[in-house]
Write a protein that binds this ligand. Sequence first.
Ligand code: PEP
Ligand code: MG
Length: 755
Amino acid sequence: MNKMPDILWLAEIKKEDIPSVGGKGASLGEMTAVGLPVPPAFVVTAQAFRRYLVGAGVEEKLYSRLEGLDVDDAELLEKTANDVMNIIMETEMPEALGREIIAAYKKMGNNEIVAVRSSATAEDLPDASFAGQQETYLNIKGDNDLLESIHKCWASLFGARAIYYRAKQGFDDRSVDIAVVVQILVFSEKAGVMFSSHPVTGETTTIIEGSWGLGEAVVSGTVSPDNYVFDQSTGRVVDRYIANKIVEILPDGEKGTKEVEVDKERQDIPVLNDNEIKKLAKFAKIAEEHYENPQDIEWGIVGEEIYILQSRPITTIKKGSDKEEAKMENEGKILLEGQGASPGIATGKVVIVSSIKDLGKVNEGDIMVAKMTNPDMVPAMRRASAIITDEGGMTCHAAIVSRELGTPATVGTKKATKVLAAGQTVTVDGEKGIVYEGAVAKASDAGQPAIQAAFAAAPIITATSIKVNVSLPEAAKRASATGADGVGLLRIEHLILGLGKTPNWFIRNDKEDEFVDELYTGIKTVMDEFNGKPVWVRTLDAPTDEFRNMKGGEDEPEEHNPMLGWRGIRRDLQSFDQFRLQVEAFKRLWDEGYDNLGIMFPLVGHPDEFLQAKDMMYDLGVDVDNKTLGIMVEIPSSAILIDDFIDAGIDFASFGTNDLIQYTLAIDRNNQNVADMYMPKHPAVLKIIKYAIDRCRRGGVECSICGQAGSDPDMVKWLVETGITSVSANIDAVQKIRETAARTEAKIILDASRK
Ligand code: PEP
Ligand code: MG
């Protein structure tokens, strides 16, 4: 058998070479072979390392130190690791190997600046990610520094972290080798990571995170990066969050890197344009198709050149037929109880998010723990395998977004941020609202059962139309896969809040077009998924406190009780420009033939408000009499005056029970201290709803529900019996709500025929 060379160039490497070049090296070789733009590199093979150990006669000396080591004894672990690393550092590299490495280095160019990366040979395998356990040295130049960095990479195979990780993952130290990749360093002007498919649900949306400077800033979580969501099936950017990027990592003169402040003008502007996003997403697709597995990819851009720096499998996604729900193996110790806000079970490491600065610490598969979530946290929520909050109820921001992302969530635990420790492993049951100590679920599954499959197996026709709620355009595909009869509520705040700026900021900074474009594109993404079925878009409704962290948030008024304050139609009627820009986006869609677009006004309390909004639309050139315009019934006054609204010409009314309950019962929907008094089936609430349904039926006006109560089968049974004409539920609830409606309708018919 031929002896494996000491050095292999990327073009010579195939995926079978993992034992020689490690997961990272093999992956770079393969990526080069499929035509991805990988910077030139060679690999010092694992065999070269092994021959060095054996040749120097230190192999036994070294491994015997590790045998039987109690890795939970931190002090002992640290000491042993240092001893073993010293053995390596004191054992010189064979001269011949040194010469070979230098010759390869010279072939790359004249004293090129390189990155020297460890590539452990069990690293990055599909079932275990060793990423980050061994060292990487950037900005290395010259023969001596190169040889020293390679030597240090070898030693890092025996760093405390690496030994600990191997022990816990059940890898024998003797079975793991190390190769070292020497690669031309790309001085990225901007860089980041991307997930070829959604890191938790596995959907075909590519998520790209990027920031200024070298990619280390994003990988290490030093900076909160921009976040772009690209839908591979439609070829469109469906969501973007432009972060405030305060620092960047740059090469530091001759050696190493440094962290510097990003100049003010670049902090808030998008790192990527649509063209770059598309190109990156194309590369992500090539990599995923080639590996037949979703990939976590590092990229960098210099001028017009895009480079793919690394690709490895995403370890958190459960694929295809495995995607059944995780089962609790044993009950385990309960650490916390709250409300089950988004079903599913997930296990992972706790990351506590106290401020926006912590968002970068949330890696894919982590359990994100926060007092409460905000719209600016959505990018991190996408990476989390579960979400836990101190505050909030079933209708809080964390609950709504988690359900759309298909991520299990337990909210309103009161003390998660105090009781849980960073790094601790927990299991979240988002159905029951329980957090267990350790990993107590049978599979490390995250997310919800395959909704589409359930629908395909049992299409049920109901007289009550069953619609779906959408807030994030990226959820549109999953929403339509439920087979819903349309969208009963599209919350557009999320389209704008994701940009990190208040609507007023866009107006004040002459960025009106950007605002309109974003609304138009987001709504269109959803409408395109629903192909002519009705889509009711709600005009902006975010309480002032949700705008506080955004750019422009400093101009928002301080309100004692934002829930009762300047939000919904009240604000739009007083903020002509904000309303006008929304209408411009709607008009574009109507002009393009999207006749199925209906507009719904939130927090309307008096028919005059509806009439005023309609007049404003008319003045802005909308043919209001031929458009579908309706209201949300969220304030008791609008239910009590429903006849007057019908006379004013509403086409539909939809119960926003999240607010209707809080305003009827004087119970703050986000306050966990009164959560047990927040009663959707309180007789007063039911009486108000029944009254409005009766009046709508009599007036021939469609009457619907889009609050969380519409996702509760018991409530829906009652609503159908009471005569509601449509129900809009969360994505995860559509199927069971359709079944409930069908059963209730059948019973009504049966009972009538027996009378
Ligand atoms: C509601 O109030 O029921 C509703 C659907 O609106 P939101 O939850 O966005 O206030
Ligand atoms: Mg509401």
